[in-house]
Design a binder for this molecule. Structure first.
Ligand code: 13P
Length: 292
């Protein structure tokens, strides 16, 4: 059931868990994530990026999510979110398309400019009761910043977080606390260190703004669970799902070189994504929470 993200996040706060936000790009990954949510009776956020919108088309991907949320999810709450919106244009298009949440990511420009761009998105989205996620500090890829010390200059500053939330009116905030995006950390088998003291300070500065952890692929269960003791209520994962899909696909094709029907070929990949997402719900303690 397509549901406003606000309801999912408020329930996560009330019952002390985090909501998983998973990137989907086509009918196969959308079905896999929603089947996992049904299996685990877990609320879920499905998010699409601008590159997915360019790949599939906004109307197409929106209607895939809407239909799967209605026909497959049943009473399980499913929220639709724009991940890393870089332009006002894509933010506005997603607001018009019926998303209940959008991200405006102006984390790569100076603070005041970030405030102006984010506030512009907030003013527009809030007229339609759509939630806005901003980003302060910058979540890098590991190739850009290997150690926690190297990531330090990009991390969210607690005092700036307070000013940012006051001046923009964002509903949720993506924080940079040592988390990194992408595939490299998974390939290097890096242990994913978070600056928990900083996260805690940010949370204390803005206790009423749910925080978002980007780059959660490969993050240990312990670290995920620790993060939501310090204000994280949404946890974003993308790379790990893609790897699960493609690794299963490679195996399927190697096992049967004559296979040619995409429906047969994709089945193990969809199952791999479903199993992975189900395990993430358990890690986030959202299993069983879709019960009202
Ligand atoms: P990962 O690809 O590292 O899981 O990050 C996903 C993300 O943060 C999407 O916004």
């Amino acid at each position: 059931m397509l549901t406003h993200i606000r309801d999912l996040v408020h329930d996560a706060i009330a019952r002390d868990y985090a909501v998983g936000a998973f990137n989907v790009e086509n009918v196969e990954t959308t079905l896999a994530v929603i089947r996992a949510a049904v299996q685990e009776k877990s609320p879920v956020i499905l998010q699409v990026s601008e590159t997915t919108i360019a790949y599939a088309g906004l109307k197409v991907i929106t209607s895939i999510v809407e239909h799967v949320a209605r026909d497959v999810a049943g009473q399980i709450p499913v929220a639709l979110h724009l991940d890393h919106g870089k332009s006002f244009r894509s933010v506005a298009a997603c607001v018009q398309a019926g998303f209940s949440s959008i991200m405006i990511d102006a984390s790569d420009v100076p603070f005041q400019e970030n405030v102006i761009l984010t506030k512009q998105a907030v003013d527009y989205a809030h007229r339609k009761e759509v939630w806005v996620q901003g980003e302060l500090g910058a979540v890098k890829g590991l190739e850009e910043a290997i150690t926690l010390l190297e990531r330090e200059p990009f991390m969210t500053k607690p005092e700036e977080a307070l000013q940012f939330v006051k001046e923009t009116g964002v509903d949720t905030l993506a924080v940079a606390v040592g988390n990194v995006h992408g595939v490299v950390k998974m390939r290097k088998g890096m242990t994913h260190a978070l600056d928990v003291a900083r996260l805690d300070e940010i949370w204390k500065a803005i206790p009423n703004t749910p925080l978002v952890l980007h780059g959660a692929s490969g993050v240990s269960v312990e670290t995920l669970q620790e993060s939501f003791q310090h204000g994280i209520r949404i946890v974003n994962m993308n790379t790990e799902l893609k790897l699960a899909f493609v690794n299963a696909l490679r195996m399927t094709l190697q096992k049967d070189v004559d296979a040619y029907d995409p429906r047969d070929i994709f089945k193990p990949s969809m199952q791999a994504v479903q199993d992975l997402v189900a395990s993430k719900f358990r890690a986030l303690k959202s299993t069983g929470k879709a019960n009202h």
